[in-house]
Design a protein. Structure first.
Length: 351
């Protein structure tokens, strides 16, 4: 390819002379720490992920410590990061590595890819950064740099687009120095070739950049698919009896699996209070005059990748123990602080 040599030589030079992006995992060779950083940064901004990474490594500095960690303590530290399946997969893979592989992190792309919760991008990142294996890392920053520089209009989320970008990324890879090259192109996308307001006028690649020359910077990269969002309505009952609050752990394969929540009544819309308290779902749990409705919170909302949760918290005092609540666990307010809750509930508790 005509611009291949120029492209990777420029990136290496830029990385050594101008890249000031500092992160604790940059230059790291410990595959465990690279793995933790990559999993945390999936669906999470670097600024937010940095705090979690430092706390995580301090609490569990190696595979053995994570494999032997108390599950609820790990979830509690993860609280607020969202996408809790990442946390479940981390613990499952840590136990597998510790118990089945003698604590030794796999060092080939194929073996890394076989770990729970690891896809092509993360396997490539660990293989190249920890073991200097020649695998190109293709994240959102890399998609953007390649799409703009080479003027690629194929959608990055299409099957054809993924093949094109993967092939191009591997063709451009400096196979003698994959770790530095991968870090350079990712950082260049984050610092210079940003989604909004990229530094085109000062960019040394501008004269060879197809998007810049053809006024396509704002268009590229292209995504074909829109995300369909499901609307859900949660009514959380914060029920107190004898100075304890009823909670349960979410165990079904749904959002927030393994996290704790208050008594939940999910509805197909946000029902007015009077109608809600007269509804069958509420009256199945509580007989009339057996409870005191203390207060109803403001409306809370949280956007997830494929759904939006809207809901409220209803404070209730029980006059006597209710039979249908046997599947819920009464906990003290001190115990409540130790449990891991989804961000939706944690935000309410903070308020």
């Amino acid at each position: 390819m005509k611009n291949k040599k120029f492209f990777f030589e420029f990136l290496i030079k830029w990385n050594r002379n101008k890249n000031k992006r500092e992160m604790p995992w940059k230059g790291e060779k410990d595959p465990y720490k690279i793995w933790i950083s990559e999993i945390i940064l999936q669906q999470t901004r670097v600024q937010q992920g940095l705090t979690y990474y430092n706390r995580f490594i301090e609490a569990w500095p190696n595979i053995k410590s994570l494999a032997e960690a108390n599950e609820q303590e790990v979830y509690k530290l993860w609280e607020g990061l969202g996408y809790y399946s990442r946390c479940r997969n981390l613990m499952a893979s840590a136990r597998y590595i510790n118990d089945e592989l003698g604590g030794r992190f796999p060092d080939t792309y194929e073996d890394i890819l076989s770990l729970k919760g690891i896809g092509d991008y993360t396997a490539s990142a660990i293989a190249s950064f920890a073991f200097n294996r020649p695998y190109a890392v293709v994240d959102g920053n890399v998609f953007r740099v390649l799409a703009r520089f080479f003027g690629i209009r194929t959608p990055i989320d299409s099957t054809e687009g993924k093949k094109i970008f993967r092939s191009l990324a591997n063709m451009l890879l400096d196979k003698s120095n994959p770790a530095e090259y991968n870090q350079a192109i990712m950082d260049f996308g984050a610092i210079e070739c940003k989604p909004l307001l990229p530094s085109c006028s000062e960019c040394p690649l501008q004269k060879k950049c197809v998007a810049s020359q053809k006024n396509l910077v704002g268009l590229l990269p292209i995504k074909a698919k829109g995300i369909k969002t499901r609307q859900r309505f949660f009514n959380y009952l914060v029920v107190e009896y004898g100075s304890k609050v009823y909670v349960s752990q979410r165990t079904e394969k749904d959002i927030w699996q393994n996290l704790y929540e208050f008594i939940l009544i999910e509805t197909d819309r946000m029902i007015p209070e009077d109608e809600f308290f007269e509804g069958q779902s509420f009256l199945t749990l509580f007989k009339k005059n057996s409870v005191k409705i203390d207060k109803v919170s403001k409306t809370y909302s949280q956007k997830l990748t494929h759904q939006t949760i809207t809901g409220r918290f209803i404070h209730i005092t029980l006059k006597k123990a209710a039979q249908p609540l046997k599947k819920y666990t009464p906990v003290s307010k001190n115990e409540l602080k130790k449990l891991a809750f989804p961000k939706f509930i944690a935000s309410y508790l903070q308020d």
